[in-house]
Design a protein around this ligand. Structure first.
Ligand code: GLU
Length: 430
């Protein structure tokens, strides 16, 4: 589905943005049109394998019990156990979780790690809960997921609104039920209980590796004056900003949910990060001008990194984007009709399933280390991360060149082909 405009009762035209699942399905159909895959397999991979909804009670600190709703969707288990994060947000819907699970299948296949795709979510604003309430919510949701998750079937990880502490509670809840410690049940855990070196930085670092590959592809690999705008200053956006700054790129604007800060001469990112930690946001950082999230997307810059959430770049703002390259750190930040506008304008998009795969790549390293009870040092983790990101980037750009398609199409085609090939080899059961 593309974005459409409708007339509202008071004669205003309102833009209807497709939801994330409609975006994921539209992307899937676009990619499969270019592929010679058995129609039965195309139909099979269009659907999530299983969808789980749980309604569960959480005791608040004041003694009242509130009900919450959570989901876990397994899109595919063709290449291996399903893998994907858990999101805590009031915007969580079953359709959003379905889309994110499908994107995880393609992401894991694209970077060639032996996982299928899953995602989970709870409808909650974690900032409105006390730490004790958050722990009770997490432990109850984790115990509701026990029939679905295990180190060999489905391995959760952090996503928006969750962090390594939440993963620690999930690991503990599962382990208490099993009767022994099971570190490989989740990734993105604290290092002390089996987390991996470099996991926290992995997604943001991978985004900048993908960005550098895109500059090389555009013949701009040696330019030193690249300006970067980043929407979102959570784990992914802030780590991307830090790594870009360390490498000498000029990060000129960053933002969080409330708004951003802009300085065309470049921001001192370590200082912005300290400011954000102390003040709970970046907007009023004194080293720049405040800028709204909407205006930030259309600032003059070389690289735009949406690192917040889905559906940010739409038909209504795609014509105003001034960046040469968009590197999608968020999942699904661009709608299909915005893709068309950006492609027509010659703006390159490094798609989400490639750009933000660093997180799940290092999650895979964490899981492998846990299963082997052996840990790698940070240099090894980053060296292997670099190797896999560059390989996936090259495979995607080769596919794009061979079929004369854009990078999103090429990434989706590469990934879907891999899953389809595995499905063909395994065959339909029974
Ligand atoms: N939530 C992250 C993503 O969207 C990481 C998933 C994982 O590490 O399993 O890729």
């Amino acid at each position: 589905m593309v974005a459409t405009t409708i007339e509202t009762s008071n004669n205003h035209r309102q833009l209807i943005i497709p939801n994330a699942y409609q975006t994921a399905i539209a992307q899937y159909h676009r990619a499969t049109e270019h592929l010679a895959i058995d129609d039965n397999i195309i139909e099979f991979l269009r659907y999530p394998r299983r969808e789980f909804t749980v309604n569960f009670p959480v005791r608040r600190d004041n003694g009242k019990v509130d009900m919450f709703t959570g989901y876990r969707v397994h899109h595919s288990t063709v290449l291996g156990p399903s893998k994907g994060g858990i999101r805590y947000s009031t915007d969580v819907t079953l359709d959003e979780v379905r889309a994110l699970a499908m994107w995880m299948s393609w992401k894991c296949a694209l970077v060639n790690i032996p996982y299928g795709g899953a995602k989970g979510g709870v409808i909650v604003n974690p900032k409105e809960l006390s730490q004790a309430e958050l722990e009770r919510l997490t432990r109850r949701y984790a115990s509701e997921l026990i029939p679905l998750i295990s180190p060999h079937s489905d391995i959760p990880a952090p996503d928006m609104g969750t962090n390594e502490q939440v993963m620690a509670w999930i690991m503990d809840t599962y382990s208490m039920t099993a009767g022994y410690s099971v570190p490989a049940i989740v990734t993105g855990k604290p290092i002390i209980i089996g987390g991996s070196q470099g996991r926290t930085e992995a997604t943001g670092r991978g985004v900048i590796i993908a960005m550098m590959e895109s500059l090389k592809q555009r013949g701009q690999g040696n330019r030193t004056d690249i300006s970067v705008v980043i929407q979102g200053f959570g784990n992914v956006g802030s780590n991307a900003a830090v790594y870009a700054h360390e490498l000498g790129f000029r990060v000129i604007a960053v933002s969080d949910v409330n708004g951003g800060v802009y300085n065309p001469d470049g921001l001192d990112i370590p200082e912005v990060r300290d400011y954000c930690q102390e003040n709970g946001g970046v907007m009023h950082y004194p080293g720049g001008e405040p800028v709204s999230n909407a205006d930030l997307l259309t600032l003059p810059c070389d690289i735009l990194i949406p690192a917040a959430m889905e559906g940010q770049i739409t038909a209504s703002n795609a014509s105003d984007i001034q960046a040469d390259i968009i590197v999608e750190a968020a999942n699904g930040p661009t709608t299909p009709d915005a893709d068309d506008i950006l492609n027509d304008r010659g703006i390159m998009i490094v798609p989400d399933i490639l750009a933000n795969a660093g997180g799940v790549i290092v999650s895979y390293f964490e899981w492998v280390q846990d299963l082997q009870a052996f840990s790698w040092d940070k240099d090894e983790v980053f060296r292997q991360l670099q190797r896999i990101m560059v390989r996936a980037y090259d495979e995607t750009s080769n596919m794009a060149e061979k079929h004369h398609v854009d990078m999103r199409m090429a990434a989706q085609m590469t990934a879907i082909l891999r899953v389809a090939e595995a499905m063909k080899t395994r065959g339909f059961y029974p």
